[in-house]
Design a protein around this ligand. Structure first.
Ligand SMILES: *Cc1c(COP(=O)(O)O)cnc(C)c1O
Length: 231
């Protein structure tokens, strides 16, 4: 086993252990929190090392990178690809072809395009509605009130399924502020569920620096990248 391979395997195992521990500390079952290994920082070869270490859900932030890696990596039947970054409308079809989950639905128009492409390609992707919970201007996503207003539309799909909300804490947020923002995302989810009567079981929140706060506030899916790969 070469050094890089061993390092990635160790890092992955440590992330699994830390996520597990954070769930237990929050009084939650560790089985309720999945980890997406965000491989956007590394090449296909290193991504393969992560898969071999046991990561079966991979996240990419750029549609082109996701398609390129998903095309190059085959032979892992349980592997699932997640798009975590912004999706431009001209990349929808190719992304729906390769991605099982899209975390970045930031308009009803994009939702409709994804649903249409899913129908054409015979796919049924899981989708997250991205919320700009911090209010940072640089971030994509629905404003909270806008999401409440448009919530009925989230459930008008035929092929794709909206399963939850996704957000990132603000760039300036410290631990306490991140936790407040994650709590706000959970409350928003609860409000949409109450108002629509639909189910939104998933919360995609938490990254390398703030997954503990996110898990304490109910995250079901953390997106972890840099702590797997930083040297
Ligand atoms: C890069 C990225 C991540 C991973 O963040 P790290 O801090 O590297 O763990 C998670 N979510 C999104 C949307 C990202 O772009």
């Amino acid at each position: 086993m070469n050094d890089r391979r061993r390092q990635i395997a160790d890092r992955w195992q440590r992330a699994v252990d830390d996520v597990h521990q954070a769930a237990v500390q929050a009084g939650r079952s560790p089985d309720c929190v999945r980890i997406v290994g965000v491989s956007k920082y590394v090449d296909t070869e290193t991504t393969l090392m992560l898969i071999e270490a046991g990561c079966s859900e991979l996240g990419e932030s750029r549609p082109q990178q996701l398609a390129k890696k998903a095309e190059a990596i085959s032979g892992f039947p349980t592997l699932r690809w997640h798009l975590v970054g912004h999706l431009q409308s001209n990349k929808v079809r190719r992304t729906v072809h390769f991605a099982d989950t899209i975390h970045s639905i930031d308009s009803v128009d994009l939702l409709r395009r994804v649903d249409r492409a899913a129908g054409e390609l015979g796919k049924s992707p899981q989708l997250f509605i991205e919320i700009n919970i911090s209010g940072d201007e640089s971030k994509h996503g629905f404003a909270a009130e806008e999401a409440v207003r448009q919530a009925a539309d989230f459930f008008q799909t035929e092929h794709a399924h909206v399963v939850g909300l996704m957000a990132m804490a603000g760039l300036e947020a410290d631990s306490a502020e991140s936790r407040r923002q994650f709590a706000a995302l959970r409350n928003l989810r609860d409000r949409i569920v109450a108002e629509t009567g639909k189910s939104l079981p998933e919360l995609s929140m938490g990254m390398s620096g703030d997954f503990r706060e996110a898990i304490a506030e109910g995250s079901t899916l953390v997106r972890i990248g840099s702590r797997l790969f930083d040297s």
